[in-house]
Design a protein around this ligand. Structure first.
Ligand code: A3P
Length: 316
């Protein structure tokens, strides 16, 4: 017997209230521990619905990441790469010139939290989507579709996270964000288990999961755009290469360019996250952690992460 939507809501309410809970220093969201991950409470129903109802199409593409690891950039690059026939990246009516990258593709949590799955169903193929969920919450994604994941040195992620949430709570102590990361109690955390969920998947199915690193993307954006396109089965043709399409995509999505656009300067992220949109574009570099952490803090976080990753073959 299929439960009605109302019954399903009730089921979720009981399940959610029985889960361990925690608060986070940034104070915006209560977390619930669902299947080993600290999810924002409001997204636990999304996780359940995603697990039960997400119907992957073989040409779906999901951009996945832990927050503050380069999501905005990868969303922009993937969108620009996939949409380049309809929207030439050097064109002056490109959607990325008037929309924030997050507005160019649906966020799975939002759709599956609020019963808006039909919006996803209605999208033409190939669909491009974004999520911060760890892979077990999007269990249909591998091998059902293609996933592009981006990870980042957790020390820089912590710094980025602190600056981001300070836009909401200016008095937020760095130490509290640092400690909650070390404890694994952060939105979508622990970060090491998040990364490992996609790392294991890319080892098992490299044809289905492309695993990228923010630092490597910074070093060679054009090389990674070519890699991304190849992974998506949309390699650049000789005429495209000659026309400089790859460089146009890199330039369109570059930190300096996106940061300067009106669409990325005004407004807030969304009603659930009352943070100015420009907070998504802060520094755009690697290694800023040295300006915020003592060497002892850095090695403490490095050691915790290394210990959690031991035996997996993964290192940051
Ligand atoms: P910093 O705070 O270290 O500058 P996310 O998009 O997952 O929220 O990650 C945000 C981080 O990515 C921020 O890091 C931000 O500046 C950086 N970022 C955003 N757009 C970028 C781009 N086009 N190129 C490089 N980094 C970018």
């Amino acid at each position: 017997l299929v439960p009605s939507p109302e019954q399903r809501k009730e089921e979720h309410a009981d399940l959610i209230s029985a889960l361990p809970s925690a608060s986070v220093p940034e104070g915006l969201r209560k977390l619930r521990l669902y299947q080993g991950f600290w999810l924002p409470e409001l997204f636990v129903p999304a996780a359940i619905n995603l697990q039960q109802r997400f119907e992957p199409r073989c040409d779906d593409v999901i951009v996945a990441s832990f927050p503050k690891c380069g999501t905005t950039w990868l969303n922009a690059l993937t969108f620009a790469t996939m949409a380049r026939a309809a929207y030439p990246p050097a064109g002056d009516d490109h959607p990325l010139l008037r929309l924030n990258p997050h507005q160019c593709l649906p966020f799975l949590e939002s759709l599956f939290q609020g019963g808006r799955e039909a919006e996803l169903e209605a999208l033409p193929s190939p669909r491009l989507m974004n999520t911060h969920m760890p892979l077990p919450m999007v269990s249909g994604a591998v091998p059902g579709c293609r996933v592009v994941y981006i990870c980042r040195d957790p020390k820089d992620m912590v710094v980025s996270r602190w600056h981001f949430f300070r836009r909401h709570r200016p008095e937020l102590p760095f130490k509290s964000i640092f400690e909650s990361t070390c404890d694994g109690v952060t939105s979508y955390g622990p970060v090491w288990d998040h990364v490992l969920s996609y790392w294991r998947a890319t080892i098992a199915r490299p044809d289905k999961v492309l695993f990228l690193r923010y630092e490597e993307l910074l070093c060679d954006p054009a090389g990674h755009v070519r890699r991304l396109a190849g992974f998506l089965g949309m390699s650049f043709s000789a005429p495209e290469e000659e026309a400089g399409t790859v460089d146009s995509i890199v330039q369109l999505c570059s930190f300096g360019h996106l940061k300067g656009l009106e669409a990325n300067k005004i407004g807030h992220l969304n009603p659930l996250l009352p943070i100015p949109r420009d907070a998504l574009f802060r520094n755009g570099a690697s290694g800023d952690w040295v300006n915020h952490m003592t060497p002892e803090m850095a090695s403490r976080l490095d050691d915790i992460v290394a210990e959690k990753m031991r035996g997996t073959g993964f290192t940051f």
